[in-house]
Design a protein around this ligand. Structure first.
Ligand code: NAD
Length: 339
């Protein structure tokens, strides 16, 4: 079956990362037809916007996208294209697995966590204002409907992927109404999934527990802000941003992208690690039902890193982005008996 997929390489190091990921993906034999789209800082002059309307139209049509990182100017300039994509397409669920890859230097072994982050509400709703010249207010928005759909997403994901436990993260002891509502909904939804263990943790305790006893946890269900912070903490547990993949899901569209940014200081140098984008592509293959291709590509990444010869600088190697992508492709083809 041919899969139509919107491809957004992004800017900074995005285009070279996407080239490497496409080389690796091609080796799986999955039948993907790419619809290539431009977005980001580099297209401002051409389109007058970093997010041309045809990018959104393509994602709505293909319903699946693979995206490289896109730069967001600090303080002034255009608003975040990443946040705009999530808002426009109502990509309410952000999934960030944190899994140990042997060969990646980290303080821990055998980490296998998945963070499910609500992507549209909380302090990210963008409702803030000055109260006179010397005070500012940001409004934290938590709704029953928004909490219900992310809780259901987390439990459905846990059941589908054979996970054992969901832990809701909150600060309902202090924010009794907003986080209290999130926790109330999580408990109610948990009651519909008696096959899955459920518990909750206050966010500060959660951070300490993840550093001390990460093996006790499985799927972490978080409102937006706690999810943002905890997913970077968990990326740190497995060796950092170079190996952290992500996915955003709405009711209609799924968009796969690494957690890291555009690392602009390395742009055009064929230097940065394509692993996070390739692992995002693994999540995409699973979403497309291409399980065999996904498993082979994931195993190939692990093999190439464990062997340690064809890895980028951040993993202690000397090869470039393209060479690492090519090494993953060669290993993938060999695992699938296609070489
Ligand atoms: P960054 O993730 O781009 O880079 C931080 C550092 O992490 C880099 O200097 C590099 O040392 C390392 N790094 C990141 N990706 C790597 C990789 N693939 N391989 C090896 N090392 C890697 O974070 P930043 O510097 O804070 O952000 C740069 C730009 O990216 C900003 O404009 C930011 O807004 C944007 N950003 C975009 C996204 C996205 O597109 N989803 C996410 C985060 C940040």
């Amino acid at each position: 079956m041919t899969h139509l997929v919107t491809c957004i390489p992004g800017d900074g190091t995005g285009p070279e990362l996407m080239e490497a990921a496409k080389i690796a993906l091609a080796a799986t034999g999955a039948d993907i037809r790419w619809i290539d789209m431009e977005a980001g800082a580099d297209v401002m002059d051409k389109y007058g916007t970093p997010l041309p309307a045809e990018v959104l139209a393509s994602l709505r049509e293909t319903r699946v996208g693979l995206k490289g990182p896109i730069t967001t100017p600090i303080g002034s300039g255009f608003r975040s294209v990443n946040v705009a994509l999530r808002k426009e397409l109502d990509l309410y669920a952000n999934l960030r697995p944190a899994v140990t890859i042997p060969g990646v230097v980290s303080r821990y072994e055998d980490i296998d966590l998945v963070i499910v982050r609500e992507n549209t509400e909380d302090l990210y709703a963008g409702v803030e204002h000055m109260v006179g010249p010397d005070a500012a207010e940001s409004i934290k928005i938590i709704t029953r409907a928004g909490s219900d759909r992310i809780c259901r997403f987390a439990f459905e994901y846990a059941r589908r992927e054979g996970r054992r436990k969901v832990t809701a993260v909150h600060k309902a002891n202090i924010m009794k109404l907003s986080d209290g509502l999130f926790l109330e909904v999580a408990r109610a939804v948990a009651g519909e999934y008696p096959d899955l263990e459920f518990e909750d943790r206050i966010v500060d305790n959660m951070c300490m527990q993840l550093v001390q006893k990460p093996e006790l946890y499985d799927v972490l269900l978080c409102p937006n802000l706690y999810g943002d912070i905890i997913s970077d903490l968990c990326a740190g547990l497995v060796g950092g941003l170079g190996v952290a993949p992500g996915a955003n899901f709405g009711r209609e569209v799924a968009l796969f992208e690494p957690v890291h940014g555009s690392a602009p200081k390395y742009a055009g140098q064929d230097k940065v690690n394509p692993t996070a984008l390739i692992l995002s592509a693994v999540l995409m293959l699973r979403h497309l039902g291409e399980r065999e291709a996904a498993d082979a590509l994931f195993q190939a990444v692990k093999d190439v890193i464990a062997e340690g010869r064809s890895v980028t600088y951040d993993l202690g190697g000397t090869v470039g982005t393209r060479a690492m992508g090519t090494a993953v492709a060669v290993r993938t083809a060999s695992l699938l008996g296609r070489s």
